[in-house]
Design a protein around this ligand. Structure first.
Ligand SMILES: Nc1nc2c(ncn2[C@@H]2O[C@H](COP(=O)(O)OP(=O)(O)OP(=O)(O)O)[C@@H](O)[C@H]2O)c(=O)[nH]1
Ligand SMILES: [Mg+2]
Length: 494
């Protein structure tokens, strides 16, 4: 059966029509990529057919800068889908000389939607009721047929079954012969086969014969197995029957029950995967998202619009998809822009190092050294909070805090800074100045780190400097701060 129509103009999807569920937005995008990969050549005037999954196939045809994509079940043949696509293209061109008008002119669009509905009728999707003699087939047929029935030669009759804006040809077999050769002809080309049997009186061999018939003559059709006359069977026998038949998914009904019609309609909709209408609160949710947006809560609005996309996908109703995506895109741009501005303001607030700091010597630092291996220097006085320095800094692997750790296991990556550059004398911070201000070093280090887009608490800055000082075995300089900040940020980014 015809499930979806997608119409593209210059690679933009300008119209979708979902008759029944098939591809979601992501799967559809993959299909488009596949088509685009082999449709670069101008192949106007030819309809292509391609299976895209275990259940569906696509038919597509180009016309000028338009692409018409039809998605159907595997049972459908190009013999009748082909002419439907051609009719649709002809009608579309007639109604929309400017293709993009489809999204503005509502009246003409309505005419096009009606036309598409007719196309579904004309494809004569088929439901065949099969099953043993006396199982209730004709009763089911009469329950669902719309108006009169027409004879199919001398062995069947057909009528129309309308469900959810779709129409199916419904077929009933009239010969009283479970093994008639005409069953093959009867079942061929069905979209759905309903196998009905009498729960109170059945033969395994006959049921299996109908199951084989479906597999052989109508393998792409959906199958709904219904055990009828439930009223004639005791509850405890049902399990025994199901075990004996060894068929999963047997539905039990009693056609004489008042609720049987509704129950079977729901089963048919489920097995055919028919489209469900969007939930009634969809518009409400849409308005809610718009309110949040107008209140300026962009992030929450994005989340709400994304939720609506999820629902649209679930119901494969693409009516609002483009609007929702556009909204998310423009809101996201605004959020990104605001984040950028905030970052710039923050950066300006950051501490600025006096003058340009450069190194005049080549310094090598072994990260994560052990004090045993590297430090033979006398104990050094740590400026502040010596107890805190003992704490292990899990997130700082540059400088070991564990005096007893084994140097062999430590990352030996050297941190080498290129120096030997000419520095203007007045900008170079002198050691004396630095030494006088060394109690500000943790703060300076923190600010240097933040300037490069990372962060580290003041405590950890202190610890880092203490370790660095231990390692270097001398008082720290501003250059050392820069070095520590660079090394930390480099590792933090990994
Ligand atoms: N008790 C009971 N009887 C039912 C039920 N459904 C159908 N019947 C009866 O079963 C008999 C056969 O029904 P049909 O609809 O003619 O069955 P069929 O499969 O078309 O039979 P053939 O065309 O002769 O092969 C009729 O007398 C129905 O009234 C049911 O749910 N419960
Ligand atoms: Mg009958």
């Amino acid at each position: 059966m015809l499930r979806q129509i997608h119409i593209f103009h210059k690679n933009d999807c300008i119209y979708n029509h979902t008759y029944a569920l098939a591809l979601g937005d992501d799967e559809l995008n993959n299909v488009i990529k596949i088509i685009q990969s082999y449709i670069d050549m101008p192949m106007i005037g030819k309809t292509f057919q391609k299976p895209v999954s275990e259940n569906f196939q696509i038919f597509h045809r180009s016309d000028k800068d338009m692409l018409f994509l039809f998605i159907t079940d595997l049972v459908d043949s190009i013999e009748y889908v082909g002419p439907t696509i051609e009719n649709t293209i002809r009608k579309f061109n007639e109604l929309f000389p400017k293709p993009e008008d489809i999204n503005t002119s509502n009246n003409v669009k309505r005419e096009f939607v009606d036309f598409l509905r007719e196309q579904q009728y004309e494809l004569h999707s088929k439901i065949a009721i099969v099953g043993p003699h006396n199982s209730g087939k004709t009763m089911l047929f009469n329950m669902f047929k719309s108006n009169g029935a027409r004879p199919i030669m001398n062995f069947a009759s057909a009528s129309i079954y309308s469900i959810d804006n779709l129409r199916f040809d419904l077929w009933d077999f009239e010969l009283k012969d479970n093994f008639s050769l005409l069953w093959s002809k009867f079942i061929q080309g069905s979209d759905l086969v309903i196998l009905l049997f009498d729960l109170s009186n059945y033969h395994l061999r006959v049921i299996n014969h109908f199951l084989d018939l479906q597999k052989q003559e109508s393998k792409f059709s959906k199958l709904l197995i219904i055990g009828n006359k439930r009223d004639l069977v005791r509850q405890e026998d049902i399990r025994i029957i199901k075990n004996e038949l060894n068929i999963s998914n047997i539905e039990e009904v009693s056609l004489i029950d008042a609720g049987a019609k509704e129950k079977i309609k729901n089963l048919v909709a489920k097995v055919l995967n028919l489209k469900k209408l969007l939930p009634h609160n969809f518009t409400e949710l849409f308005n809610e998202a718009k309110n949040v947006e107008s209140e300026g809560n962009d992030v929450l609005a994005i989340a709400k619009y994304k939720g609506l996309i999820k629902i649209s996908n679930e119901y494969q109703d693409f009516t609002y998809m483009t609007t929702l995506k556009n909204k998310i895109e423009s809101l996201q741009e605004r959020v990104d822009e605001q984040a950028k501005i905030r970052k710039e303001i923050d950066a300006k607030k950051k501490f600025e190092i006096p003058g340009k700091i450069q190194f005049t010597r080549r310094i090598q630092v072994q990260p994560l050294p052990t004090s045993n291996a590297l430090i033979k220097a006398p104990p050094i006085e740590i400026p502040r909070s010596p107890t805190k320095i003992k704490q292990k800094t899990e997130d700082l692997l540059l400088f070991s805090t564990d005096d007893s750790s084994d140097g062999e296991e430590i990352d030996k990556e050297d941190i080498t800074l290129d120096i030997n550059k000419v520095i203007s004398e007045e900008k170079r911070p002198t050691l004396e100045i630095v030494e006088e201000k060394d109690d500000e070093f943790p703060l300076m280090l923190q600010q240097l780190i933040e300037k490069q887009g990372s962060s580290l608490t003041l405590n950890l800055c202190e610890q880092l400097l203490a370790e660095l000082q231990k390692t270097l075995a001398r008082p720290l300089t501003v250059e050392d701060l820069e070095l520590a900040a660079n090394v930390f940020v480099k590792h933090d980014m990994l």
